[in-house]
Design a protein around this ligand. Structure first.
Ligand SMILES: Cc1cc2nc3c(=O)[nH]c(=O)nc-3n(C[C@H](O)[C@H](O)[C@H](O)COP(=O)(O)OP(=O)(O)OC[C@H]3O[C@@H](n4cnc5c(N)ncnc54)[C@H](O)[C@@H]3O)c2cc1C
Length: 479
């Protein structure tokens, strides 16, 4: 990046919001995704929409790339810088602007941390359901851009089900406002839904209008242990067949259970092949009844033990196992590749077997956990990116897992997005016509391809986004 552009950027955001020291750039060269990293030219913290607009106009003029970023917890490499790019960090945009108790909506800035929004609205008896495992750090902007899911997805859906309106700056610097407080709106193309999940490739989100619900009055959390994986799978399908829709139905396999126990020492039975964490919520009587039916189903399916909690503290304790799964697995080996294969939920038991088979076939260590209720698994490979053979095996195991998921009618990502790490699989899911349409939309809105290029798909061959197969393919920071 030349001196002119650097000075121009400084004058737009102010030198207090412009960082280009090696140390600062290093911090923003990676996100939650292992293996990928790349140094940006500079890191910017714009303070208002006009500054963002000016940055994008300058990017079109001087031909540099702009990579939007929230908290950087993404697991598909969506906010990793590309060649000749500046990172635009939105974490300073952290105000809840309005909570409208008449319409049950809230206007928020994109940098608001998801857990903070949940806590704020719960204080006044309202409820914002999307709850990614990363909710104490990730931002609403990142959630909207990646259409994040979470533990309560089974009953309440994902981020897209709660976004009513979006304001964002388009790649040409124009402000777009779409959606609003109307519960129904059939005017023209549904631009809002088109922006949700666009992974920062179509605009920088500056405001989000979310839908709120009344807070459920009661919830019961159950932690159920199984000696046989197959019994846990059967319990999941029997609960769904009994027409009970838990707010949470999470699964952990034996590898994950042992890693969590090593980490958190909470007394999990190490021999269990699976744990289900189930929560039901709603009205008092309905919740008690559902919990009772679930208990009976679990017992019928040979559950070896069952713990229950009705108050918030007890419930949080039971959830510790699930919430610490990622960190617990990550302690085992230097590199943790957490994936996001999703299948129709009836195929979940088959998919669990396929993941176990992949670990054996390719001789890799895979912990498996995830959102059993919505068929969304997080097979997590514990490996070491410095060992090219080990990384190669991990790559092959995931290729096998994704192909098997697609064969079962599934998809390559239920919630983390395509980003850099999964774009080579996109065509198998979206089809050539689908990918072509996406590319044409991107080209029409961002003709110079300056906004988060190389994510989701490549328009020009810059950085292919495959998991590097060899150590030599991993770019060092100094290169
Ligand atoms: C421990 C852990 C648990 C997780 N659990 C879940 C889970 O249960 N469910 C789930 O869905 N995900 C989960 N994730 C992944 C991640 O937290 C989510 O994808 C989250 O939505 C990312 O938010 P972020 O603010 O960190 O965004 P970032 O990682 O900073 O960015 C994600 C994408 O959004 C874009 N973006 C960010 N802000 C904006 C903006 N203002 N305008 C336009 N584009 C923007 C970026 O360019 C990038 O493409 C988990 C991650 C971790 C580390």
């Amino acid at each position: 990046m030349d001196q002119f552009t650097t000075e121009k950027l400084k004058s737009i955001v102010g030198s207090q919001n412009f960082f280009d020291s090696k140390e600062d750039k290093l911090v923003y060269s990676y996100d939650g995704t292992p293996v990928y990293r790349h140094l940006p030219e500079a890191v910017l913290f714009p303070e208002d929409a006009e500054q963002i607009s000016k940055i994008l106009k300058l990017a079109n003029q001087e031909k540099f790339n702009v990579v939007p970023r929230g908290a950087g917890t993404g697991l598909s490499g969506g906010s990793i810088p590309v060649d000749n790019s500046v990172v635009v960090v939105m974490t300073k945009w952290n105000r809840i602007l309005e909570i409208d108790t008449s319409n049950l909506t809230a206007w928020v800035e994109p940098g608001v941390v998801t857990g903070k929004l949940q806590n704020q609205v719960e204080k006044i008896g309202l409820f914002y359901p999307p709850d990614p495992g990363s909710l104490t750090v990730c931002t609403i902007g990142g959630n909207v851009a990646s259409n994040a899911g979470g533990l309560r997805g089974l009953k309440y859906g994902v981020t897209k089900n709660y976004v009513l309106g979006v304001e964002m700056i388009l790649p040409n610097g124009e402000l777009l406002k779409t959606g609003g407080k109307n519960m129904k709106d059939a005017a023209g193309y549904n631009l809002k839904d088109f922006i949700i999940g666009s992974e920062g490739t179509l605009g920088i989100i500056t405001k989000v209008l979310v839908k709120l619900l009344p807070k459920p009055t009661k919830s019961i959390t159950l932690l159920i242990f199984f000696n046989k994986l197959v019994d846990a799978g059967k319990t999941v399908s029997d609960i769904i067949a009994a027409h009970i829709v838990p707010s949470m139905m999470e699964f952990l396999d034996n590898t994950t259970i042992n890693c969590v126990e090593d980490y958190a020492h909470i007394g999990l039975p190490r021999k269990s092949e699976a744990i289900l964490l189930i929560e039901v919520d709603g009205r008092d009587s309905e919740v008690q009844e559902d919990a009772e039916v679930i208990r009976k189903i679990a017992v019928k399916n040979n559950a070896s033990a069952l713990k229950g909690a009705t108050d918030k503290t007890e419930s949080e304790n039971l959830k510790t196992a699930r919430r610490s799964a990622f960190s617990a697995l990550a302690r085992k080996m230097p590199t943790t590749i957490l994936e996001d294969a999703t299948v129709p939920r009836s195929e979940l038991p088959v998919m669990i077997e396929k993941v176990t088979k992949a670990a054996k076939m390719f001789d890799v260590m895979i912990g498996n956990f995830g959102h059993a209720g919505d068929g969304n698994l997080h097979p997590t490979c514990l490996t070491d990116e410095r060992d090219s053979k080990a990384l190669d095996k991990a790559h092959k195991a995931f290729e096998y897992i994704f192909n098997e998921a697609i064969k079962l009618g599934g998809t390559i990502t239920g919630e983390h997005g395509t980003g850099l790490s999964k774009k080579q699989f996109l065509e198998s899911v979206a089809g050539p016509a689908g990918v072509d349409m996406m590319k044409r939309i991107k080209c029409a809105i961002d003709p110079n391809n300056i906004l988060n290029p190389e994510k989701i798909f490549s328009i020009s061959p810059k950085c292919e986004g495959y998991l590097p197969l060899k150590r030599q393919q991993i770019k060092d920071f100094n290169e």
